[in-house]
Design a protein around this ligand. Structure first.
Ligand code: GLP
Length: 242
């Protein structure tokens, strides 16, 4: 009995979610308001809880955003939002219905410099793989990304391996990014980054520095990503402490 009603609720959630997603792609434009909770309840014959669940899922995927007291609106796909989940670039783009791709710019084994060694808790000079890639979304430049990986912890890499998702390669080796310390700051691109990203030199960009750890707290990657500010933003939900 419980299972049947549980299935029914899940089915209704899925149907509503799919209908809203289609509406967002067709009838609604960026920043248009989503129909109100009450309207959706009446139109689809579902409970408020189901509406909240479906809209919550759209929000998690960055397809809609909430404005305090004003309602829920269709997100602008030109600016990509990101949740607090630790995701790879590929996952991040796919959740926006964009196809991720990479152009390899450099893959070399180098001795860790002082800063990278400190972040990865390695002795300075320990061997790390340096991977520099231009990351694309639907064929358009999104980000220039440099990653340093301790070979003693993640193994050797080659060009074929880093042509797709690095996190998938790590997972196949049993190295699972679990949490990360991340700093997001404003910057401008230098001439080289500007040429790669297809923007003018000194254009604004978002810089994301990430040190990623596995489930045991061992650092497995240090990454510096420079995102085009006109194509990418971060959206997070913050909760007031009571
Ligand atoms: C994001 C992170 C990087 C990480 C990359 C992996 O861009 N900022 O730290 O290396 O994702 O992405 P993928 O698995 O698509 O190669």
């Amino acid at each position: 009995m419980t299972t049947t009603s549980g299935n029914k609720t899940a089915w209704k959630h899925e149907a509503l979610y799919t209908a809203l997603r289609a509406e967002i792609g067709e009838a609604l434009r960026p920043h248009d308001p989503l129909p109100s909770e009450r309207e959706l309840v009446a139109r689809f014959g579902v409970s408020r809880a189901t509406v909240r669940q479906a809209v919550g899922r759209l929000e998690e995927e960055g397809l809609v955003y909430r404005a305090q007291g004003a309602g829920t609106f269709v997100a602008d796909p030109a600016t990509i939002s990101k949740s607090l989940a630790l995701t790879s670039f590929s996952e991040d783009m796919r959740s926006r219905r964009l196809t991720p791709d990479s152009r390899l710019l450099d893959l070399t084994l180098v001795p860790a410099g002082v800063a990278v060694a400190r972040e990865l808790s390695l002795s300075p000079g320990a061997e790390v793989a340096h991977v520099r890639r231009l990351r694309l979304a639907d064929g358009l430049p999104m980000c220039v990304e440099e990653v340093w990986l301790p070979t003693e912890r993640v193994g050797e890499l080659d060009a074929a391996l880093v042509s797709g998702s690095l996190y998938d390669v790590l997972a196949e080796r049993g190295v699972r990014p679990h949490h990360a310390d991340q700093v997001i700051s404003a910057t401008v691109v230098d001439a080289d980054q500007a040429a790669l990203l297809g923007v003018a030199a000194y254009s604004p960009a978002l810089r994301v520095d990430r040190t990623t750890y596995d489930g045991t707290g061992v650092a497995v990657e240090r990454a510096e990503s420079i995102y085009r500010a006109d194509r990418y933003d971060f959206r997070i939900t913050v909760t007031r402490r009571t």
